[in-house]
Design a protein around this ligand. Structure first.
Ligand SMILES: Nc1ncnc2c1ncn2[C@@H]1O[C@H](COP(=O)(O)OP(=O)(O)O)[C@@H](O)[C@H]1O
Length: 824
């Protein structure tokens, strides 16, 4: 469409050039006309003098004298006509003035068009990234229409010029007639003819004049309208680009610049100081850098680089440089269910990395993620994935190994993927976790990730590692890299689940270059209950900040929930705290969720009902009673999630006359088999459905369709499903533990303010507790539909976004950095 617009602009310019030529012609023609009129006047005066001569010769009484008298009168009339002609010519001149005015407008229009063209070119660069484009296209279409109208008017002006030609022809004929009149000594009939022709010319002139004026008026009107649209378009374009660069897109853009910078540095194309200046500008969201990048994007890499460097002026930055080192990240490396005996932490961590990363980036920090390059990751979720023209070497088991470094953006965040060139092919196993050599794989990765940061010459403020897989980063950083002068950062370690601690024989620590003797001590990395070393313990001891994913869980793990680490956590309690996770409110948004049959919001619950009907149809559930309550449950089927209580909830729902949908699968074969048995049992029951697999799309539909949501966990570090359920208007029924205790507040608990009560809870992990909570929920649903509706609406509007949690992380990061700077 932009190309068409540009074509139209070109056509319009051509038409205008033609119009100018025509205007020149009109001028010339006018001059010619003037000359001819002069000639006519001369001839008439000649005739006059002849007439005089004749009068002096006393022909007054002769018929010739009479004829001369008549002619004299005719001449007078003719003179008057010529005078009239002259007036008309003046009017033509005025018309010319109009044309000149028009010409001026055209010049203005030309300038505006040139500006528009350049804005179009600039806008083209961003066009593909603009959000909803309908309004934009509408404007462009309107502009195109206007251009077309203007072009038509110019064509019309050309027609008028043609008519002027016609007029000239007629004048020529008039002249010829006059000559004829001269030759035949002014016969009366010829004079008549002359008069008629003059009249005709006059009429033509008038018509032409009127038409010209109306065309000029129309043209002027179009120009005004054109300018209006143009300024609106410019205003809108500026607004859009501003929105664009402060909204979601800039993340992507800044991430790209950041990745380019690091790539050039690693490829030794730019110096450390240039790279850090560029990074600082990225951190400050410096507009000059953005503009330089946009204008040189698509040209040679060298050119982009030179121009970005030109922009790199020293400055100060308030944002932090934060590098997350993790084993998962949604949606590119969100762990999948693995059939096998090994229990794996899946799901939650991946969501935290992208959710927290995006929220911190929005707050103005420079956030980077380092992940392993798994062969099974979803590469289609990475933008601009490319391998750097450099190999980063890292130490492992006494040797140096090459690592390929891939870069790309995921959800607008810059991500580095490390692909080890190690014979064991650590991350080409078609699985994320659950390999016999996981300890080796992830200690290798931790070392390589630090090596990447070190070799990039980055002055990172915070290195944030997660769970046992990257817990090695903390001791490696302080025992190895700080000694090399790479010590600007503070280490934050988040344990998402103390169930998994990464233990191994002490000697295995040496693989990644850690000093076994130095670390295999009760106050360092030796496990508290057996002789192995413990990766999570090492991170707790060696990190500057230690967090877990909810305040209640942080309390629980200081007693038996710590799975042996309670004493260590108590010793380090001053740097340990719980921060409740958020949910990704872009992914989990019933107003925009593309998986839903109908999108809806808290004010319009009809949409929710439509999703319930759609899911019932999809799963072949009874649909005779739209208000029959539907209970949902989406979970990994592992002991932590309270599988026996989930099973009980299915039967209890059937007993209470509701419908139950379970989406889940288990890495534990016995549990998987048990639930397959329950699924078979209810196969012909049109109120119970068990879908024993991992299905992201279906999970969205279940959140939207269900009225209640069961989370009966034995322990739950944070839990995301209860928060997602609330956002979709499904009231949670949960056990009071960990993050469930921090996010769900019992509807009937009068010790809590009414406005925060949002679900149904039970304390004891037994069937009675769950049954009683379910009965209370069913009661409220069936007996007090209005109260229930208000509860649903309240739940849907609770803010579970990452914003609050990210602010807490920001706060502890900043305190740690400030302490470090004070010490320095
Ligand atoms: N079978 C499944 N199919 C689709 N999504 C699932 C399934 N099981 C769990 N999930 C998703 O995984 C995430 C679970 O996060 P969380 O509640 O923190 O539990 P976990 O302990 O598994 O990390 C949620 O986003 C949930 O929707």
């Amino acid at each position: 469409m932009i190309q068409n617009t540009e074509k139209n602009i070109l056509l319009l310019n051509q038409a205008r050039l033609q119009a100018m030529e025509h205007a020149d012609k009109i001028l010339k023609e006018k001059e010619a006309l003037q000359r001819k009129i002069n000639i006519l006047e001369t001839r008439l005066s000649e005739i006059d003098s002849q007439h005089k001569l004749s009068s002096e010769g006393n022909f007054s009484d002769s018929p010739l004298a009479l004829e001369f008298d008549v002619l004299k009168e005719e001449n007078i009339v003719l003179k008057e006509d010529i005078e009239f002609f002259k007036t008309k010519l003046i009017e033509v001149a005025e018309t010319e003035e109009g044309i000149f005015k028009l010409e001026k407008e055209r010049a203005l229009l030309d300038a505006s068009l040139r500006e528009l063209e350049s804005r179009f070119i600039a806008a083209q660069a961003n066009m593909m990234k603009l959000g909803p484009r309908d309004a934009w296209w509408e404007k462009v279409e309107k502009l195109e229409d206007l251009l077309e109208t203007t072009a038509n008017q110019v064509e019309h002006a050309a027609v008028i010029l043609d008519r002027n030609h016609d007029l000239q022809d007629r004048l020529e004929k008039l002249e010829a007639s006059l000559q004829a009149a001269n030759i035949s000594k002014f016969s009366c009939s010829l004079v008549d003819l002359l008069q008629q022709k003059v009249k005709l010319v006059e009429e033509r002139f008038q018509a032409c004049n009127r038409e010209m004026h109306s065309q000029i008026e129309l043209y002027e009107h179009s120009i005004v309208e054109f300018h209006d649209t143009l300024s609106k378009l410019i205003e809108e374009s500026e607004k859009r680009s501003l929105e664009n660069f402060t909204g979601n897109m800039p993340s992507e853009l800044w991430s790209k610049i950041s990745l380019l910078t690091d790539g050039w540095l690693l490829e030794k194309k730019i110096s450390y100081s240039d790279a850090s200046m560029l990074r600082e500008m990225v951190q400050k969201r410096d507009n000059r850098l953005r503009e330089a990048y946009l204008s040189y994007r698509g040209t040679e890499n060298r050119e982009v680089m030179d121009n970005l460097l030109k922009m790199a002026l020293p400055g100060t930055s308030s944002g932090l440089h934060i590098a997350h080192i993790a084993a998962e990240m949604a949606p590119v490396a969100k762990a999948m269910m693995i059939q096998g005996l090994i229990q794996t932490e899946v799901g939650g961590l991946a969501d935290v990395i992208s959710g927290l990363g995006k929220a911190l980036q929005k707050k103005g920090h420079l956030v980077e993620i380092i992940l392993p390059k798994y062969d099974c990751m979803q590469v289609d979720q990475v933008s601009n994935l490319r391998v750097l023209d450099v190999l980063v070497q890292s130490y492992f088991e006494g040797n140096m190994f090459n690592n390929k470094i891939w870069t790309g953006t995921v959800e607008g965040l810059p991500v580095y993927f490390i692909e080890p060139q190690h014979p064991a092919m650590f991350f080409s196993r078609a699985h994320y976790y659950g390999e016999h050599d996981d300890f080796k794989r992830f200690s290798y990765f931790s070392r390589a990730a630090l090596e990447l940061l070190y070799q990039s010459g980055k002055k990172v403020d915070i290195i944030h590692c997660h769970d046992w897989q990257t817990a090695f980063v903390a001791p490696l950083y302080w025992d190895v890299y700080a000694n090399l002068g790479f010590n600007s950062a503070r280490i934050c370690f988040t344990c998402h689940n103390f169930e998994y601690q990464g233990t191994a024989p002490a000697r295995d620590l040496a693989w990644c270059g850690l000093d076994v003797e130095h670390l295999d001590r009760p106050d360092r990395m030796r496990d508290n209950s057996h002789g192995r070393i413990n990766a999570v313990k090492g991170a707790v001891v060696y990190s500057n900040i230690v967090t877990t994913v909810s305040p209640t869980y942080a309390l629980e793990v200081r007693s038996e929930g710590g799975r042996g680490l309670q004493d260590t956590l108590k010793v380090h309690s001053r740097k340990f705290l719980g921060i409740l996770n958020g949910i990704d409110t872009d992914t989990w948004n019933p107003c925009t969720d593309r998986y839903l049959k109908v999108q809806y919001n808290a004010k319009d619950l009809q949409g929710k009902a439509a999703n319930k009907a759609a899911l019932r149809e999809q799963l072949n559930l009874a649909s005779a009673y739209p208000s029959q309550p539907l209970v949902g449950c989406i979970t990994r089927l592992v002991a932590q999630k309270g599988v026996h209580l989930i099973r009980h909830a299915i039967y209890k729902t059937a007993e209470l006359g509701g419908q139950f949908v379970l989406l889940g699968s288990s890495p534990v074969p016995e549990i998987q088999r048990e639930f397959e048995g329950i699924a078979d049992h209810f196969q012909n029951n049109n109120n119970i459905r068990l879908i024993l697999k991992y299905d992201d799309a279906l999970s969205h539909c279940i959140y939207a369709a269900s009225d209640m949501f069961i989370v009966p966990s034995i322990f739950e570090p944070c839990g995301l499903t209860q928060m997602i359920a609330m956002r979709y208007g499904s009231v949670p029924i949960v056990r009071k533990t960990g993050g469930l205790n921090d996010s769900v507040f019992d509807f009937d608990d009068e010790t809590i303010p009414m406005e925060v009560r949002n679900g149904f809870t039970f304390v004891k992990a037994d069937e009675q507790g769950l049954s009683s909570a379910m009965e209370r929920a069913f009661n409220c649903y069936t007996r007090k539909p209005e109260v229930w509706k208000q509860l649903v609406q309240k739940d849907m509007t609770i803010d579970f976004s990452w914003d609050t949690s990210a602010s807490q992380y920001e706060d502890i990061y900043q305190k740690a950095v400030a302490r470090a700077r004070a010490v320095a």
